[in-house]
Design a protein around this ligand. Structure first.
Ligand SMILES: Cc1cc2nc3c(=O)[nH]c(=O)nc-3n(C[C@H](O)[C@H](O)[C@H](O)COP(=O)(O)OP(=O)(O)OC[C@H]3O[C@@H](n4cnc5c(N)ncnc54)[C@H](O)[C@@H]3O)c2cc1C
Length: 385
């Protein structure tokens, strides 16, 4: 097993593409989010994020941001930066959820490599990202699963990854693969023409997230690709606790929906209607509730003093609250706006579709029930949970 890499650590990579500080990154992210929102209808209809937007994503510093400063980033994935990461994910979620999804995967991969990989593995990834590469975490499996087969110099992967976002343009994915009943992580280097299958990605929303199937049979893996040791991928509290990040993206989309609802009511002169006011109140409360939970989950995730079980329990509850709030907001906005919320290219239509799709995350019932069980078996006062 490799030794864990502390934040921050010494490295020899020059500062590339990095804003001078975290405030500048957030300001640039805001500008990038405004540009992405402007183009979101076109992006959605093409099902592709265009090269120009990716260029802006890189030049504003978002591609490198999650690396520690010595590697050219601003440490956005470091424990004491979770609040700022939350802000960036909300901004991107409110602009284009497909971009938020890809960014979340990219940040997660960088965080895992920095946490479990060696310094030189993190350096190589930083060099590649500075050169234009994007990373991702591809964990989802079909019934057969991705396996590690062979040994020594002939160790290779057998199988494929499904529901892999960025299929076709992510060239440095972190994949999870099983050897027996243990799971290992490998940071791969894929050719830009590596075969992918996007034919099955006919989902209602998240069209431009390029979520597809990637065949990996025959890919050689060795010490250079292995990140960390057995089962580090699912090590808690990082595995489940990190769920707050997709909740933050969902929250950003919710916030945008409610602001668009306000614009609609004001522009149509329908804001005095008591039924609309009741819906508006419900929406504002739902968004604010989700924000309290998500920001607190982010804070706890980065808190060295918070216990692992408490972090996981809180993140699981945050998933439940965020999903409920999002479903309530979608319903209220669609009822309050009416048919116009279902007609393209209204951003209300696109965001409703993207958010409904992206809300589908693994095993929500289990996340909720494990949180309930954790509190039931604890002696913690409910207000302190
Ligand atoms: C836009 C998008 C992009 C994605 N990108 C990636 C990516 O890059 N990498 C990646 O690894 N994954 C990715 N995923 C996949 C994601 O991580 C989840 O695997 C997927 O969304 C799970 O959705 P599901 O509704 O099928 O989950 P499920 O877990 O199957 O849940 C469906 C329902 O079944 C219930 N359920 C779950 N397990 C059981 C059980 N054992 N018994 C009874 N009921 C059960 C759940 O509570 C829920 O009600 C992406 C998903 C989306 C939507």
């Amino acid at each position: 097993m490799h030794s864990a890499v502390p934040f921050p650590f010494q490295a020899r990579v020059r500062l590339i593409l990095a804003p001078t500080n975290i405030q500048l990154l957030i300001e640039r992210s805001r500008q990038f989010a405004a540009a992405a929102f402007e183009r979101a209808a076109a992006t959605d209809s093409a099902g592709v994020i265009d090269d120009g937007l990716w260029g802006e994503f890189r030049s504003c510093g978002l591609a490198m941001a999650a690396f520690p400063e010595p590697l050219g980033g601003v440490g956005l994935s470091a424990p004491d930066r979770q609040n700022e990461l939350c802000t960036v994910l909300r901004l991107l979620g409110g602009a284009d959820l497909s971009i938020a999804r890809l960014f979340e995967g990219h940040v997660n991969a960088i965080a895992l490599v920095c946490r479990y990989g060696t310094p030189s593995q993190a350096e190589r990834l930083a060099e590649d990202v500075a050169g234009g590469a994007l990373s991702a975490v591809w964990g989802a499996d079909d019934a057969s699963g991705l396996k590690v087969v062979g040994d020594g110099a002939h160790t290779r992967l057998e199988g494929r990854k499904i529901l892999a976002s960025g299929a076709g343009f992510v060239t440095r994915p972190l994949v999870a693969a099983k050897s027996g009943d243990r799971q290992f992580m490998f940071l791969l280097r894929l050719a830009t023409d590596h075969p992918v299958d996007l034919g099955g990605w006919t989902a209602q929303g998240m069209r431009s997230s390029a979520t597809g199937t990637v065949e990996l049979t025959g890919t050689s893996v060795g010490e250079a690709e292995a990140i960390g040791g057995a089962d580090d991928f699912t090590r808690q509290p990082f595995f489940s606790g990190g769920a707050w990040r997709f909740c933050a993206a969902h929250l950003g989309a919710m916030e945008r929906l409610v602001e668009l609802y306000r614009d609609h009511l004001n522009s149509r002169g329908r804001g005095d209607d008591p039924y609309q006011l009741q819906r508006v109140a419900g929406c504002v409360a739902a968004v604010r509730t989700a924000r309290f939970w998500v920001e607190e989950a982010a804070r706890r995730f980065g808190d060295d003093e918070a216990g692992g079980e408490a972090i996981v329990g809180f993140a699981n509850m945050t998933r439940m609250v965020t999903e409920r709030c999002a479903l309530d907001v979608i319903e209220a906005v669609q009822r309050g706006v009416g048919l116009a919320a279902f007609i393209r290219p209204s951003p209300l239509e696109r965001i409703g579709r993207d958010l409904s799709t992206y809300l589908r995350q693994p095993a929500p019932d289990r996340a909720m029930s494990e949180a309930a069980r954790a509190w039931l078996q604890s002696r913690t006062a409910v207000g302190e949970f």
